[in-house]
Structures are given as structure tokens and as C-alpha cells.
Design a protein around this ligand. Structure first.
Ligand SMILES: [Zn+2]
Length: 319
């Protein structure tokens, strides 16, 4: 080997070493990602008792298989159907049997924008009864609250009054950083399945995880831009049909992006959750609220695919 070739070889070798060092660094950064997974609208936002049973068993199998310490947020109003209350309550027990935790999501999934604070407080209290009993059976305490629609207040007074009420009642609020529209996918997906339209169901399901990955990318970037680092995220999902069928793939996507699944308690230890969150009338990610409070520009997350938005609208209007 000539000296020249030797030197070139050295240069190439060090370039390769540098590239692999950078790749290792990127992987290490990625490997530090953490997310707490939460599911809203338990026992399930969709369908009849049979649908709820199918959704619950499939979803919990997948959540267990992937080692995800999830929290499920309950609307106890969904338990009271004539002759089905026990069966529906059993679906909540299944979450606890799976080693997961339950929180309060109000009794009736109340819309805060249409309810005075006193009415809202009543709905919070009414939503505790069964969940508290089920947790107590296992020596657990009801400690988390998730606002329906992520609506936290219409005025500064309402927001403050509700926050104080929840804290006095012993609740920690469960914020959301990775917000998304899984419910739109779930709605179109279940409708397609029920009418035997396998082609549409598959098209919707195949678009689901790529869409969710685009939401993750967005909020990871927003986290870095806002805090100079990636915070411990809280993901909002619903206990619905598409998650029951596709949670394995969703979990694989998260793992591929370097996430480990942590408890909500662990995620909330991130100091980001102590930041002031701006008052905003609609339900949005806490990353947007924190940015607003800091006077930073809002950068909205990607929308659902156009075909899906159109199918959703058509389905909602009964067409
Ligand atoms: Zn909800």
C-alpha cells in the first residue's frame, strides 16, 4: 500500500468512525425518549356492550403484551345501561386485572363550555363513585383527572376555580402533550367494519400509524424548540376499535422512535409540567399552552388525511 492510499484509508476510516459515533449519539438521544400512554372514555366511547367487550379484551391484551403501564380515564355515565351495569363495570375491573390504573374523566363527559363551574364539579364527584370503589378493592387511590375534550376553563376564574377544586379533592390533572385525532380514525373505521366495507376499514387502519407518527414527530420537534430538550410525553388515546386492532403497530412505532413506556406518575415528574399553561378555550396539547404562556408562536400539529376527514364528515351527517 502506498503512503497516499494509507492516508486516504485513514481519512475514510475516521469519517466512518465519526459517522458511526454520530449515529450512536443520535440513537442514545432517541433512546432517552419516554412516554406515558393514557386511554380516555372508558369503558369505551363506541358501540354496544359486545363492541365494548371486544375492544377491551383486544386492547388490554396488546397493552400487556407491549408492557405499557397505561392509565384509563372513566366516564361512569357509560356504565348505566339497563341490565348491563354489572357487565360494563366488569370491563373496568379488567383494566385493573391487567395491572393498569383508572382515573376520572367526569361522569357524563361534560362539555365545560356549556356547564357552569358548580355543575362541572358535581359531574366530577358523580364520576368518582364506582372507580373509587374498584380502586379501593385493590388498595389503590383515585388520583388522576383528565378534562373531557381537554377543556380546562372558559375564563381565568373558571380555570382557577376548577384547578383548585381538583387539587383540594386530591386529583393530579393528567395533561396531554401528544394530542391527535385517533377518534376520527376510530369512528370511520368502526362504521366501515360494521357495514362490511373491508376495503375502507383497511385504508383507514393503514393510514393510522403513519399519521400518529407524524404527530409524534411534530410534538418531539416542538418540545425541543420550546424546552431545548425532549420532555417526557403524555400520549392521549381512546379505548376504541382502531386502537384495539392497531395498538401493537402503534407501540412498535414508538419503540422504533426510541421510546420507553413509563407511568403517568413518572412522566409528570418532568419539570415541564410545572410550567404555566395559557388559558385557551379549546382542547389542545399542553405544548401549545406552554408556548402561548411563553409568548412563542403556535405551531399546530398535522391534520388527518383528507380522505379520512371527508369520510368522517359524511358519517357524522348520516350519509
Ligand atoms: Zn374524552
Amino acid at each position: 500500500m502506498t503512503v497516499w492510499a494509507y492516508r486516504l484509508g485513514r481519512v475514510l476510516l475516521s469519517a466512518a468512525l465519526l459517522a458511526s459515533a454520530l449515529a450512536a449519539q443520535a440513537a442514545a438521544q432517541a433512546a432517552r425518549r419516554e412516554v406515558a400512554v393514557t386511554f380516555d372514555d372508558l369503558p369505551a366511547p363506541q358501540g354496544d356492550l359486545e363492541d365494548m367487550r371486544r375492544i377491551t379484551s383486544r386492547l388490554l391484551e396488546s397493552v400487556k403484551r407491549n408492557g405499557v403501564p397505561a392509565v384509563g380515564f372513566v366516564n361512569e355515565g357509560k356504565l348505566y345501561r339497563r341490565g348491563e351495569t354489572d357487565a360494563r363495570t366488569e370491563l373496568l375491573r379488567a383494566w385493573l386485572d391487567a395491572g393498569l390504573e383508572l382515573g376520572n374523566h367526569t361522569f357524563s363527559h361534560l362539555n365545560l363550555q356549556r356547564a357552569p363551574l358548580e355543575e362541572y364539579k358535581d359531574d366530577v364527584l358523580r364520576g368518582e363513585t364506582v372507580t373509587r370503589m374498584l380502586l379501593r378493592e385493590r388498595g389503590l387511590r383515585l388520583r388522576y383527572f383528565r378534562h373531557p375534550f381537554l377543556f380546562t376553563g372558559t375564563t381565568p376564574e373558571y380555570k382557577k376555580g376548577l384547578a383548585e377544586f381538583l387539587a383540594a379533592r386530591g386529583y393530579a390533572v393528567a395533561p396531554v402533550t401528544i394530542d391527535n385525532a385517533d377518534y376520527i380514525f376510530a369512528d370511520v373505521y368502526l362504521r366501515a367494519k360494521k357495514r362490511g366495507d373491508a376495503e375502507t376499514a383497511k385504508r383507514v387502519a393503514d393510514a393510522y400509524v403513519p399519521y400518529m407518527e407524524s404527530a409524534f414527530e411534530h410534538f418531539e420537534r416542538l418540545s425541543s424548540e420550546t424546552f431545548g430538550r425532549e420532555i417526557k410525553h403524555v400520549l392521549l388515546l381512546h379505548a376504541n376499535e382502531i386502537n384495539a386492532d392497531r395498538f401493537d403497530e402503534l407501540a412498535a412505532m414508538m419503540k422504533r422512535r426510541g421510546y420507553t413506556f413509563v407511568t403517568l406518575e413518572e412522566a409528570l415528574k418532568d419539570p415541564a409540567y410545572l410550567e404555566p399553561d395559557a388559558l385557551y378555550k379549546n382542547g389542545i396539547s399542553w405544548l401549545h399552552r406552554w408556548r402561548m404562556a411563553k409568548g412563542l408562536p403556535v405551531k399546530w400539529e398535522p391534520e388527518v388525511p383528507k380522505f379520512l376527514g371527508e369520510l368522517y364528515k359524511a358519517g357524522r351527517s348520516g350519509n
